[in-house]
Design a protein around this ligand. Structure first.
Ligand SMILES: O=c1[nH]cc([C@@H]2O[C@H](COP(=O)(O)O)[C@@H](O)[C@H]2O)c(=O)[nH]1
Length: 240
């Protein structure tokens, strides 16, 4: 963990979604294995480390090439979307997420999501948790018309776009990113933001480098370290 003095105060929060807010990463692993296993292939965690957080088409192109699947990336993506859709209907939130979002909302801290997931998939995943959505100022998805194709995480574009959509827009240095993936971590750093990384325990140390703080769970986050309101009181109200 970095020394306390290395944390700088922030005013805005930007969450990654998959693996950070939504507990989807095992679902993606299982879905991809379901597709590739009939071809005698497997989706290893080493591959996942490189693909997590990438926009769907980019990761489909890489996967089809790397595993030499007899499918076009577009065809693979169609199958992937169908397999994932079956599995993401009742996706759970990651530990500590609901309490943290409600607490920050109580204190009027502006929050957004920046996810490489396409909007239609995000809508399905967020349906069971729609009561939390009003706490977010906005959600930027990977197929946003203002994002250039091919410029997904680890490039900074999606975080910079998410920051620019707050009113008024903060400096990137005033935004705190929550991420789980190495690609997302690199994107947040490239955007000039501090990044709290909440990785799967299998993410190796060298891929955690540059994170402002590494946590096991969002429930362990101490907002006061970043000038955010600490958990002194219960949430004043619940949604839904
Ligand atoms: O094992 C994987 N997990 C996640 C992804 C990609 O990461 C996106 C989630 O991005 P984010 O972490 O920004 O929510 C998914 O939609 C998918 O495109 C992937 O390719 N492989």
């Amino acid at each position: 963990m970095a020394a306390k003095s290395s944390y700088k105060p922030v005013t805005h929060i930007i969450f990654d979604s998959d693996g950070t807010v939504m507990d989807t990463e095992n679902i993606y692993t299982d879905a991809i294995n379901e597709i590739v296993e009939p071809f005698g292939k497997s989706y290893t965690y080493e591959m996942k480390l490189r693909y997590m957080g990438m926009p769907a088409l980019q990761s489909a192109q890489k996967l089809v090439t790397e595993l030499q699947l007899p499918l076009s990336p577009e065809k693979y993506l169609k199958i992937f979307d169908a397999v994932v859709l079956r599995r993401i209907q009742n996706v759970k939130l990651m530990p500590g997420v609901k309490d943290f979002i409600l607490h920050m909302h109580d204190h009027r801290i502006p929050m957004a999501i920046a996810t490489s997931s396409v909007r239609a998939a995000f809508d399905v995943k967020s349906t069971p948790h729609r009561s939390l959505l009003p706490a977010l100022h906005h959600v930027v998805c990977g197929n946003d018309p203002e994002l250039q194709p091919g410029r997904g995480k680890p490039l900074p574009d999606i975080f910079l776009l998410a920051a620019s959509r707050f009113h008024p827009a903060p400096e990137p240095s005033k935004c705190l990113v929550f991420e789980d993936s190495p690609n997302g971590l690199r994107a947040g750093i490239a955007a000039g933001m501090q990044v709290v990384l909440i990785p799967d325990p299998r993410v190796p140390a060298q891929l955690r480098r540059g994170a402002t703080q590494v946590l096991d769970s969002m429930a362990d986050f101490k907002p006061q370290l970043f000038g955010l309101p600490h958990y002194d009181t219960c949430s004043k109200f619940e949604f839904g």
